[in-house]
Design a protein around this ligand. Structure first.
Ligand SMILES: NC(=O)C1=CN([C@@H]2O[C@H](COP(=O)(O)OP(=O)(O)OC[C@H]3O[C@@H](n4cnc5c(N)ncnc54)[C@H](OP(=O)(O)O)[C@@H]3O)[C@@H](O)[C@H]2O)C=CC1
Ligand SMILES: O=C(O)C1=N[C@H](C(=O)O)C[C@H](O)C1
Length: 245
């Protein structure tokens, strides 16, 4: 049976990618919404909501999902901490939500490998994160990089103020407890992420390169199908893929 979806952000790069793969992935876009559209107009015919739009928009979509008791997949990135808190307060304990900065199987495997590598390598190997995206991208660091930073902070017991975004000027020697984060923007790069573990005499680099947005689209539809019938809660794509150990 095909899953009936409300797709918010349907004319954007991700919306178009989701529409292209929907039918082959047992999903149907019943309601396609963009700026100015009323997401309520066909909501009663939908079984789940997928949001790939803009950070300011997600909180309202989350309210609608709760009101209609529908599972929600959040793909949008770039939320402020206030927006994140507002979305969480709206959905927690009410509906199943999958919320991930990256829905590809590859990046979620990178997340898993990063957690394992940090545990094996320990503090002798200094972590840095590099992300590269197309020139249209509005937020930095990427949602994917934010998740990688979370995993590294957890693994290395690093605090928020020890995460350094870019370096410039006389910054001094690198403290052992630090995560450097770097964002490149240009051209049509779909999305690339590298986690570096820099040691003394060797360096490990874990890289994911996206070459087609269908990987995010397929993952988001898979997440929506997974969320149907799940208990209320906020899940990520690692939960969907069973990569949580
Ligand atoms: N989690 C993941 O795996 C991935 C996440 N992303 C994230 O998804 C988001 C969208 O990316 P992308 O498709 O490239 O961006 P685009 O700019 O191409 O598309 C954004 C879409 O959102 C719509 N939109 C903007 N404001 C509203 C609004 N108020 N109500 C309804 N729709 C609105 C736009 O409509 P209009 O043009 O009419 O304004 C447009 O269709 C970004 O945050 C990006 O970082 C991207 C790829 C993968
Ligand atoms: O905006 C994009 O394009 C992408 N955004 C996501 C992110 O912020 O990590 C995922 C992917 O890298 C593409």
């Amino acid at each position: 049976m095909s899953l009936k979806l409300l797709l918010n952000g349907s004319r954007g790069r991700m919306g178009i990618a989701i529409s292209a793969i929907a039918e082959a992935n047992n999903a149907e876009i019943v309601s396609a919404c963009d700026t100015g559209d009323d997401p309520r107009s066909q909501i009663d015919a939908c079984e789940a909501i997928i949001d790939f739009s803009f950070h300011e928009v997600t909180a309202g979509i989350a309210e609608l999902a709760v009101e209609k008791n529908l599972p929600l997949v959040i793909g949008t990135t770039g939320h402020t901490s206030e927006e994140k808190a507002q979305i969480l307060a709206t959905v927690e304990g009410k509906i199943p939500v999958v919320w991930a900065g990256n829905y590809s199987v590859g990046v979620n495997t990178l997340n898993y490998l990063t957690r394992k590598a940090a545990a094996i390598l320990g503090e002798q190997y200094e972590p840095e994160v590099l992300e590269m995206h197309h020139h249209h991208k509005k937020d930095a660091p990427s949602g994917t990089a934010e998740r990688l930073i979370e995993i590294l902070k957890d693994g290395y017991q690093i605090a928020d103020e020890q995460v350094v975004h870019g370096r410039e000027g006389l910054v001094g020697a690198r403290p052992r407890k630090e995560i450097g984060v770097h964002a490149i923007r240009g051209g049509d790069i779909v999305g690339e992420h590298t986690v570096y573990f820099c040691g003394d005499g060797e360096r490990i680099e874990l890289t994911h390169r996206a070459t087609d947005r269908k990987i995010f689209a397929q993952g988001a539809v898979r997440a929506a199908q997974w969320a149907v019938g799940k208990a209320a809660g906020v899940y990520n794509m690692e939960d969907v893929l069973g990569l949580t150990d």
